[in-house]
Design a protein. Structure first.
Length: 632
């Protein structure tokens, strides 16, 4: 622990624990959240720990705080440069001696970091897994262990160790080789996303067999989940952005739009720019300088929308992302949870919106079949895709299904499109039989479009080419529209009754699950296709502007803008994102409490002695100069 931190801790009341003193004096928080306290106590005691905590739940504190209290430097293994930069910038503003050592570090910076490490002048060092595995870095670790000491090893984004997962990184498989050389140094592995298989791999592959596992709720109640049937996805995305979730536009809000291909990413970003949005594309086909510039703008500016492949997002520490949109179906619920988890890290209302169609299923299955994975890997990937498809076609609470996937039980959330606008269910047994019959009679060699043409009696060139107008199923489905039949087909695919073959252009085939339906021994109940887009009902708590602002008076809003402008000036001068100086939640607490003294300022969550000393006088003066609010 650095001298400044030790002095601050010594000055606090003796009845307060060391951890609680550092929590208040360094991080500016009066109390721990959730399981943070027992996790911190376990690491301080030198015991191995595995932490599963949702994005925004406070995982970083679980290793940052013990690193300040234990002798030596805390080594944090992180797979992403952007995350390292965010964390180090935020820590330095708190007075913590932190640094990162990665591919962007210059030779001069590397030499300075090594000197600081050997002199015991660093509290935390962030490194990429590739750096950790280098023999030269292992030699440096040995020198540190024999000198100032190693406080702990924190393995962030620990789900990257899973070969079954969506973010597998082979370097993670060798992390345990390095940590095994330092058996007395506690290890803490952390992730926001891990199903049962991934949890076992974290314990096994990181050699954390005796580690206690802390599992917090995966629920993000401030995120509203909405899914629409994909039709004209660009028009649907625009409608979502223009109407928001409470009738207000998302214009001026930060957001992420995920797409599968680089081409679609560029096209959607261009379309959004033409509509007046500050939109940027991000994918692996862009140069590293371009990608870095996009990340910097997203982190430091307000109202930026990034349209990206899944290469973007993991490790982004921006708290005020108001929406995450998917214009293509993700390949797994883990990936979907990870990506949507970028929204609403500040606890304010946010929306996870997705549009998907049957073509997405065909595309994802094609990716699985063309992958280099073993048959077992492909089988697991297919199971994950099936779970994702089941979520997309849910007729019950989406949050309930999402949490159940991570072995967490919950009731209906009241904050997803299904809960807010329950779908009408109908007896679709006969339509299901008609679809299955049409698939079989056309030889199980055609996609959904042709099968629907046969059912609706549409005399196309392909129908005539194959004489399918002569089939007994031709025209038997004229009572339903094309979109209604697509909904039926999609839901039967989601239930595993029909299977599109990606090797034959999505040709529909029947599965064994179709037998009881064809024999008339099973009833099929499906969601009826709604004529309107998925509703996101207008409620106060769903405001894209945030709960605090939506209930604030004009006087409060005016003061907030004054404080916000000053925060921007400070952030620009410090060359850091505005939220690193003070997050919106802290600004709103300043607005509502109107502190007049330093002691009152220190009672505000997120403001400790360091920030109070650096920024306190400025903010107190602005609050005092503003006309006082009239309080009841």
């Amino acid at each position: 622990m650095s001298e400044s931190h030790a002095a601050a801790a010594a000055a606090a009341p003796a009845v307060q624990s060391d951890a609680a003193r550092v929590l208040q004096d360094v991080f500016g928080f009066s109390s721990f959240r959730g399981a943070q306290e027992p996790i911190v106590e376990r690491v301080l005691a030198g015991q191995d720990t595995v932490v599963l905590m949702p994005t925004g739940g406070g995982k970083s504190l679980c290793y940052q705080l013990p690193a300040l209290l234990r002798p030596g430097v805390g080594i944090v293994v992180s797979p992403l440069i952007a995350l390292m930069h965010d964390q180090v910038e935020a820590l330095r503003l708190l007075g913590v001696k932190a640094s990162f050592w990665n591919s962007t570090t210059t030779i001069e910076e590397t030499s300075a970091i090594r000197r600081d490490l050997l002199a015991g002048n660093l509290d935390l060092l962030y490194v990429a897994p590739e750096r950790l595995l280098m023999p030269s870095f292992l030699a440096t670790l040995n020198d540190i262990a024999n000198g100032p000491g190693i406080a702990l090893f924190a393995i962030d984004e620990a789900h990257c160790v899973s070969q079954w997962g969506h973010d597998f990184r082979p370097e993670y498989l060798r992390i345990a080789e390095v940590t095994s050389y330092f058996p007395r140094v506690p290890r803490i592995a952390l992730t926001a996303t891990a199903d049962a298989i991934t949890r076992r791999e974290i314990h096994d592959r990181l050699r954390l067999l005796e580690a206690r596992e802390f599992v917090s709720s995966f629920d993000r109640p401030n995120i509203r989940y909405v899914v629409e049937e994909k039709q004209d996805v660009r028009a649907q995305l625009l409608r979502f952005l223009q109407t928001g979730d409470d009738g207000a536009s998302f214009r001026g809000s930060c957001g992420i739009v995920y797409a599968q291909s680089r081409k679609r990413t560029d096209e959607i970003a261009e379309m959004l720019r033409k509509e007046g949005y500050d939109a940027l594309s991000y994918h692996a086909g862009l140069g590293s300088d371009v990608r870095s510039a996009v990340q910097q703008r997203f982190r430091r500016e307000d109202g930026v929308i990034v349209v990206a492949t899944i290469a973007f997002g993991m490790g982004i520490d921006k708290p005020d992302v108001r929406f995450v949109a998917h214009v293509d179906l993700p390949k797994s619920l883990e990936g979907y949870y990870q990506e949507t988890g970028r929204a609403g890290r500040d606890g304010e209302p946010a929306v996870a919106w997705m549009a998907y169609g049957l073509a997405d299923v065909v595309q994802q299955r094609s990716f699985i079949l063309s992958s280099d994975g073993s048959p077992e890997h492909q089988r697991v990937d297919q199971m994950k895709l099936d779970a994702m498809l089941g979520y997309a076609e849910a007729a019950t609470c989406r949050r309930r299904l999402l949490l159940a996937y991570f072995d967490e039980e919950s009731g209906d959330c009241g904050n997803c499109d299904v809960c807010l606008d329950p779908p009408e269910l109908w007896d679709a047994t006969v339509p299901a039989q008609k679809v299955l019959s049409a698939v079989i009679r056309t030889g199980q060699r055609f996609g959904a479009g042709h099968v629907i043409d046969v059912l609706t009696g549409k005399l196309t060139a392909k129908v005539e080419q194959w004489d399918h107008q002569e089939l007994p199923t031709f025209g038997v489905g004229a009572d339903l529209s094309g979109p209604e039949w697509r909904s039926v087909v999609r839901q039967l695919v989601a239930r595993g009754v029909l299977s599109p073959d990606p090797t034959r252009m999505g040709a529909l085939t029947v599965t064994e699950a179709s037998r009881p339906i064809l024999e008339g021994t099973a009833r099929v109940e499906l969601r009826r296709l709604s004529a309107a887009p998925a509703k996101v009902r207008k409620t106060r708590t769903s405001s894209s502007r945030g709960a605090a602002e939506s209930t604030a008076s004009d006087d409060d809003k005016a003061l907030f803008e004054i404080l916000r402008d000053e925060r921007r000036v400070i952030a620009d001068a410090e060359s850091v994102p505005a939220y690193v100086v003070l997050p919106d939640r802290t600004l709103w607490e300043l607005v509502t409490t109107r502190p007049a003294t330093t002691d009152e300022l220190l009672a505000v969550n997120g403001i400790g002695p360091v920030k109070a000393e650096k920024y306190g006088a400025t903010f107190l003066a602005l609050i005092a100069a503003h006309a006082p609010a009239v309080r009841p």
